[in-house]
Every structure is written in structure tokens, then in C-alpha cells.
Design a binder for this molecule. Structure first.
Ligand SMILES: NC(=O)c1ccc[n+]([C@@H]2O[C@H](COP(=O)([O-])OP(=O)(O)OC[C@H]3O[C@@H](n4cnc5c(N)ncnc54)[C@H](OP(=O)(O)O)[C@@H]3O)[C@@H](O)[C@H]2O)c1
Length: 228
């Protein structure tokens, strides 16, 4: 059993989720920020890959006072559980995700993570969980999702990046994909796209999507798909 998993991302008209410098770039506007904040408010947990932590240092907190109050009024923490997928425990102990906002943080590591890095993260307040076997080089995502389900997570929001999105989709672990498509072109052959990784070799292997909705927002639009 695993939680309902959805990816939410913002990309340029040419499919890039950041620039070739791999630094965060504003792709959407205020209405979309509010939409994303609502998705965070409604989620039990938010997951990102270590690449996103090192590039953008996001806090992943719920920004609106109203949404934080709604969560507290319904007996939940102010913020969803914030989750990092980080095989070698490279999350800096002073990362914003560990420093900012109230609520639990879980860092999933592999069996190869160095004990002193794991200890440093625990000292910073994170719950560090080995997902997968001792010999696995990378976090076993199915095991991580199972752990989240066991801790009560029913709705998991994935906020990137490109490599984590690929692994989750390749393993068939994603239920829905929501993308804000902005009216700009970023270009760059090394700029991360919505889904990077090795890629599928042919159409028969590629998961097909069922279009749920398209909504105009700010100067772009939001498209939602169900993964078939
Ligand atoms: N526009 C948007 O909506 C948006 C949102 C988020 C991020 N971004 C952008 O995305 C970029 C970061 O993406 P990224 O692809 O470099 O990094 P990422 O997807 O955030 O993190 C990938 C890393 O996670 C770790 N990992 C551990 N187990 C894994 C597994 N089973 N499968 C996949 N990854 C696993 C790997 O590093 P280890 O093996 O070392 O653990 C891997 O390199 C940044 O430029 C950021 O600005 C954009």
C-alpha cells in the first residue's frame, strides 16, 4: 500500500523546470503560488529530491496564514511532513527545510549513508529512515512510500525535481501530474525538464496520461493528468 501520489511542477513552454544553471526561476505568478500553497495545505507530506534541496534550498512550508490555521484547526501540524530523498544523507543540517517552520521532517537515505551525516541530520531534528536494503545505492522509493503510508500519510505531493519525478514515474508510483506551463522559453540542453532520468526507449513502455483539466491562470495555464 502507498499513498495517493501527485507531482506538481511549473515548467516553461519548452518543458524546462529551471535554467541551464539549475537554479530556481520564477515561471508562474501569484495565482499559481496560491494554488500550490493550497495543494501543500491539503497534503499530508511533501517530497523532494536532494538535487532540489542543494539547488534551491526550499523550506516547503505552507505560506498562507489562513491555510496554516485551517490545518491547525483540523488537528494537523502547521505544515505537512517534509520529506527528502537523499541516498547519502547530503542534506545540509542548516538547510531551510530543516530550519524553517514547524512539523516533522523525514530524510530517506540508503544503506550507504555515512553514520556521521545521519547523526548530524538527526541532531537537526530530522527523522532519518533507511529505505531499502543495506546494499542499495539509492533510496528504494516503493519502500519509502510504504513507510509514509504506515506513518499515516494518505496524500503525498511531490515537488521535484526532474530525477525524482523520473524514478517515481518509471516505477509506476505516480497517480496524477499537475503542471503549470508558463509563457516563457528557457531553452538549454542541460536545463532540467519535467522528467529527466534515462527515459523510455519506446512508446509501448511510456505511461499514458488521461487529461483531467486545463485551466488558464496568470499568463499561463495549469494542466492536470491522471496516470493510466
Ligand atoms: N519548476 C519546478 O516546479 C521545480 C520543482 C523542483 C525542482 N526544480 C528544479 O529541479 C532541479 C533539481 O532536479 P534534479 O533532477 O537535479 O534533482 P532531484 O530530482 O531533486 O533529486 C534527485 C536526487 O535524489 C536522489 N535520489 C535518491 N534516491 C533516488 C531515487 N530512487 N530516484 C531518484 N533520485 C533519487 C539522487 O541523489 P543521491 O543518489 O545522491 O541521493 C538524485 O540525484 C533544480 O534545478 C530545481 O530548480 C524545479
Amino acid at each position: 500500500m502507498h499513498p495517493f501520489v501527485f507531482i506538481n511542477a511549473a515548467m516553461s513552454a519548452d518543458g524546462k523546470i529551471s535554467t541551464h544553471l539549475k537554479k530556481q526561476v520564477r515561471i508562474s505568478g501569484d495565482l499559481d503560488f496560491h494554488r500550490v500553497d493550497r495543494l501543500r495545505c491539503e497534503a499530508d507530506a511533501i517530497m523532494v529530491g536532494i538535487g532540489t534541496i542543494l539547488s534551491d534550498d526550499p523550506s516547503l512550508t505552507v505560506k498562507s496564514e489562513e491555510f496554516r490555521r485551517m490545518r491547525l484547526d483540523s488537528g494537523r501540524d502547521e505544515n505537512p511532513i517534509r520529506v527528502v530523498v537523499d541516498s547519502l544523507a547530503k542534506t545540509p543540517p542548516n538547510a531551510d527545510i530543516l530550519r524553517k517552520g514547524a512539523g516533522r521532517r523525514i530524510v530517506f537515505v540508503s544503506g550507504s549513508a555515512a553514520a556521521e551525516r545521519v547523526d548530524a541530520l538527526r541532531t537537526s531534528g530530522a527523522e532519518v529512515v533507511v529505505a531499502g536494503g543495506q546494499d542499495d545505492a539509492r533510496v528504494d522509493l516503493a519502500a519509502a512510500l510504504e513507510h509514509l503510508q504506515d506513518t499515516g500519510v494518505r496524500r503525498l505531493m511531490v515537488e521535484g525535481g526532474a530525477t525524482l519525478n523520473w524514478s517515481l514515474i518509471e516505477r509506476g508510483l505516480v497517480d496524477e501530474i499537475y503542471v503549470y506551463i508558463g509563457s516563457l522559453v528557457l531553452g538549454g540542453s542541460v536545463a532540467p525538464t519535467l522528467v529527466d532520468g534515462a527515459g523510455f526507449s519506446n512508446r509501448d513502455d511510456a505511461p499514458l496520461l488521461d487529461l483531467i483539466s486545463i485551466e488558464r491562470m496568470d499568463d499561463g495555464f495549469v494542466v492536470k493528468w491522471r496516470v493510466l
